[in-house]
Write a protein that binds this ligand. Structure first.
Ligand code: AMP
Ligand code: MG
Length: 353
């Protein structure tokens, strides 16, 4: 398939280019576009044939449902049933933004979009290009992250091109994603609501917005029992993975650095090439002969969130076969960072004592 790469600036936005991309959506095609979280791979959410193409292009398992993106809060009403009263509070407070709400689906939403589930995931993104594309297409747009299934999510157009060139109609280049991690997925079919995937909106922010407690799915940081069916089907797959194996080391900073240095020596003795995923504060604690990449400033979890996927992809260019990754604090958006790292590591975590 021929893929066109179209650059669209936020300000002023090129309306002709947007209209061209919107027409491709209306015609049942695939358009990758920037959002504030990560790049999305979009198609008409109400057209089963178009949605199937998303699964094919990504190599996404058909039991992993898609998030439906809208450009106005009121558009959610046509897509869902049994909207709980407090849904409006969340929409007012966090939309547009990185919060996805799970509600019972209306009949117009095909089962292909929801991977057979009776619920649908809905989000209103805040990125102006995403909003303009949805608005112009006049349709809700189903869009999972625009990566090959299993790879780290794309935070710039280059990542999308690396994974999906030749498999989609259009890739819109709108610069780097500001948040850098996917949306928070919140199940509001239950009371209290439960976070199925941590993301751009933190549990603390949700609780403050709602004025009540929010549950957290127990499988988010620990390996779920094999017989436990995850409520968010996407969470059961190995995910966010660079080509190298990843092992996370947690503990006090000093002990983590010492443990990583011991592990480097051990693995290199076995002929392994080892890299370290460090932070600005610790990157100089490791041998300079090794590939050491900082994911950012430990005092700014937002900065680490924005860099994580880009950093994991960078390791692919270095040829290291093992990445020793420092754990970070798992509060605030750090919960989402540690969730993605834990999955990239296939739950392989070592405690440095
Ligand atoms: P992605 O858009 O690639 O970041 O993935 C979407 C995430 O939302 C996956 O983890 C899905 O499992 C989750 N999701 C989408 N729809 C639903 C739903 N109806 N119920 C629970 N989780 C959902
Ligand atoms: Mg994804």
């Amino acid at each position: 398939m021929k893929t066109e790469i179209i650059k669209i600036e936020k300000d002023p936005m090129d309306e002709d280019k947007l209209e061209y991309a919107a027409e491709v959506i209306r015609a049942g095609g695939l358009v990758a576009f920037p959002t504030e979280t990560v790049y999305g791979l979009g198609a008409n959410a109400l057209d089963e044939r178009a949605v199937k193409k998303i699964f094919e292009a990504k190599g996404r398992p058909s039991d992993n449902p898609l998030i439906v993106h809208i450009a106005q809060r009121s558009e959610a009403d046509g897509l869902v049933k049994n909207k709980p009263a407090y849904a409006s509070i969340l929409m007012e407070r966090f939309w547009p933004g990185p919060l996805t709400l799970i509600m019972d689906k209306a009949d117009v939403v095909p089962r292909t979009t929801t991977a057979g589930l009776g619920t649908v995931a809905v989000r209103m993104p805040s990125h102006p290009v995403a909003l303009a594309l949805i608005r112009r297409s006049g349709l809700p747009i189903a869009a999972p992250s625009a990566n090959t299934s299993g790879r780290p999510s794309p935070t710039c157009a280059r990542h999308v091109i690396d994974d999906l060139y030749g498999k989609v109609d259009i890739i819109i280049d709108g610069g780097s994603a500001a948040v850098g991690l996917e949306s928070t997925v919140l199940d509001i079919t239950v009371s209290p609501p439960v976070i199925l995937r941590p993301g751009g909106i933190t549990p603390e922010e949700l609780e403050k917005g709602l004025g009540s407690v929010v549950g957290i799915d127990p499988g988010l940081l620990r390996k779920p029992a094999p017989d436990l069916l995850p409520k968010s089907p996407g969470m059961k797959y190995k995910h966010y993975s660079p080509k190298a194996d990843v092992v996370i080391i947690e503990g006090t900073l000093e002990k983590v650095a010492a443990k990583i240095n011991t592990l480097i020596a051990e693995h290199e003795a076995g002929g392994m090439t080892v890299g370290v995923l460090a932070t600005d504060q610790t990157k100089n604690l490791y041998p300079s002969k090794n590939t050491v990449i900082s994911m950012g400033d430990r005092n700014s979890p937002e900065n680490i969130a924005a860099n994580l996927f880009k950093t994991l992809r960078k390791f692919d260019e270095t040829g290291v076969r093992l990445i020793l990754a420092e754990a970070v604090e798992n509060t605030g958006i750090g919960l989402a960072v540690m969730n993605r790292m834990t999955k990239a590591a296939g739950y392989n975590i070592i405690r440095a004592d």
